[in-house]
Design a protein around this ligand. Structure first.
Ligand SMILES: Cc1cc2nc3c(=O)[nH]c(=O)nc-3n(C[C@H](O)[C@H](O)[C@H](O)COP(=O)(O)O)c2cc1C
Length: 159
């Protein structure tokens, strides 16, 4: 069975890690694409009224996604990547997690950030993702190598 690396990335940092992780684990790659792309203005966390501030202040916010995985059952492991926003997963990742039944699928979160760690992200995902097994995830620097990612991924049996 194959793994899948699914990721959301607003400015390309997580995307770089996701692509290297897909290489490292010989996994397929899926980009979570927002219906409305995030502009620099949207991402301004110093502005309380920016789109990202509004979406992250109300954690029941569910930004729309345009694409869907239609063969999730073909995978046993899902590496799920995103930038850390306000110490947690962006609400669009919650939109993603609510869309599927994760029976028999292990979710392994990974993230990039300006410095924050994974916090309560595992618990958040367990709460939202139906029937999923969720592993402890890891936050990576944007320049993490394929070899380092390969070593990390070895912790997860059958992925
Ligand atoms: C709205 C917003 C909130 C953020 N909140 C945090 C945070 O709480 N902690 C942190 O270390 N970095 C934070 N960052 C920085 C991003 O996590 C970091 O730049 C990330 O690598 C961007 O990934 P991307 O290029 O894949 O979107 C935030 C960035 C944005 C836009």
């Amino acid at each position: 069975m194959k793994g899948l690396v699914a990721y959301f990335s607003a400015t390309g940092t997580t995307e770089k890690v996701a692509k290297n992780l897909a290489k490292a684990t010989n996994s397929d790659l899926f980009e979570i694409i927002p219906k409305q792309k995030y502009t620099d203005e949207d991402l301004d966390w110093t502005n309380q009224n920016s789109r990202s501030s509004i979406e992250m202040k109300n954690l029941s916010f569910r930004p729309e996604i345009v694409n869907k995985i239609d063969n999730l059952k073909d995978y046993n492991c899902l590496f799920l990547g995103f930038p850390i926003w306000w110490y947690r997963e962006p609400t669009i990742v919650d939109t993603f997690l609510e869309q599927y039944d994760f029976s028999n699928i292990k979710i392994i979160p990974f993230a990039t950030s300006g410095g924050s760690g994974m916090g309560s992200i595992k618990e958040n995902i367990l709460h939202i993702a139906k029937n999923a097994i969720v592993e402890d995830g890891k936050r990576f620097y944007s320049n993490v190598s394929v070899d380092e990612l390969k070593n990390w991924s070895k912790h997860f049996v059958n992925c």
